[in-house]
Design a protein. Sequence first.
Lengths: 341, 341
Amino acid sequence: MTGGEFALIEAIRARLGRHSDRVLRALGDDAAVVKVDGLVVTSVDAFVEGVHFRLATTSLRDLGHKCLAASLSDLAAVGAEPGEAYLAVGLPTSVAEREVLELIEGAEALAEDLGVTICGGDLSASHELFVAVTVTGHASSEDEIVGRDGCRSGDLVGVTGRLGGAGAGLVLLERKEHGLPVEVGARLLERQRRPRPRLEAGMALARTGVHAMIDLSDGVASDALRMAEESGVELVLELERLPLDEGVETVAEIVGMRPADLAASAGEDYELLFTASPDAHEKIETASDDAGAPVTWIGEVRRGSGVRLLDERGVQRSLRGWDHLDSRTATDRGRRGQASR
Amino acid sequence: MTGGEFALIEAIRARLGRHSDRVLRALGDDAAVVKVDGLVVTSVDAFVEGVHFRLATTSLRDLGHKCLAASLSDLAAVGAEPGEAYLAVGLPTSVAEREVLELIEGAEALAEDLGVTICGGDLSASHELFVAVTVTGHASSEDEIVGRDGCRSGDLVGVTGRLGGAGAGLVLLERKEHGLPVEVGARLLERQRRPRPRLEAGMALARTGVHAMIDLSDGVASDALRMAEESGVELVLELERLPLDEGVETVAEIVGMRPADLAASAGEDYELLFTASPDAHEKIETASDDAGAPVTWIGEVRRGSGVRLLDERGVQRSLRGWDHLDSRTATDRGRRGQASR
């Protein structure tokens, strides 16, 4: 490491703090060292220019925030306490060093806020910008951890917060005229650009005994299917019960979609979808209210397979969320570029 | 996740095994869960097409092996016991699903051999192939871990194994006529394509009390400089003492370099460079012999800063290793493409 790489890494180091006693070594050695007594929970996500984000509509600072937020959301989904993060960044020459530092600053601001330490990473030349994020979380025992595979027939299906905001925000990124009140539009853009992972709610729900949980990265339509597949059950969801973010109806009208369809297929809301025994519903509502993430019940688990999305007349809708590999073709053709995330 | 992505991930899962009891959950959930009592050591590395490898001269199977090997080498450098690995892969449409599986198989074969479990990862569309690897290792206490920053004035500088083989192999990738015996050429190519991380030697050296250690990924010239910078000392190395791989002299002649210069600047040997008190030299030689990685002493640590590389007449040579960010420009200009790794 000489010259440019060394100087940039020094500038990055200067921007990163240590936000827990658990971290014994970070940045500078071949590896970071973290003290653990219990379980380490690890998740890896890659974010690629033209697939997950477009530089034309994303600041590097927001990108740093969002990549880390989306990754931490996977820890929320299993109920782990957030711990450390590692960033591997591929840098095209079109990205200035100042912008790289903005990306780091955006991630660090969120990390500090959540008590997460960015412990290390890697920088490489590349032709397109990518950010691969590894996050680690912690738990004392397996009882505190929830998987995707625990749905039981007869469970209720719940979701935290409100849906469709991030998808509506994505539309607004490219469309200045929308007829929404300024503050509503701003909130939708904020949900798209700077999502907040539901870490506290995830821990609360896991400890309250939900049977299975997943975070909504690709949309209810896709993510519910994953949970159904992993659990070997059918999820039946009523679209009219989806809790919509303010402004989603207006944006859905602009793009000619039903509001619930937008909310179910757009993704990136990073709310939590889970199933639990009907007996537990009050306990769960209290726990998630306390964590600032009120629950809405949107369906139930049945024997069978797959997901049924029913409209207000009980008619099945066919919706799908985001497939990051199918988008290879889509991106190459320039289709769905707008919807890339 | 639907269709293509889901099917590919299922095929990947079917190829991966669990190689330690420590791994409680892997693949399929939002996050993997690993039981730990002590320290977790984590390192992240990104490998990018056109920067770190060229698809024209690399099979996907070898690429999978090499990316994992290079990442695990960072664990060897701190003396950690290897544990788990996570792969985030960016896939251009030019890479067939069969090739993706070969990449996974190449990584899994090495992982199984070393008792490492590939616990998770991510797949994304991209325009260029990249592989971001996160590896975790384990140690009981900080005493077992070595950093880059512990060099002390008066220390001897040692290196495991032989150098220059991977760099010479890189030359042979593009040059079929070389005048080397077949088996010598094959060994050099193997060092380039399928390096073995010095995990056992790293643990042995760390436990024998070396003061600082780093793995040779970018070449002695660069990696010694990192150790000197982190420790606030000067490393004085004698190039004639570098232990050369068989065939390096011949290849150096082909490309018009001094053999030691090739060995010091080419990198990718993944041997271990370390410093230790002169009193410890016998103990260290025994420990590394037992780990199958004999040590050569190549210099000493002095007060000061930087690295001095002396030739056989005591004249200082100016050499540099690989800078992954400077290569942005180089790659764009088509220069150094051959040397890309």
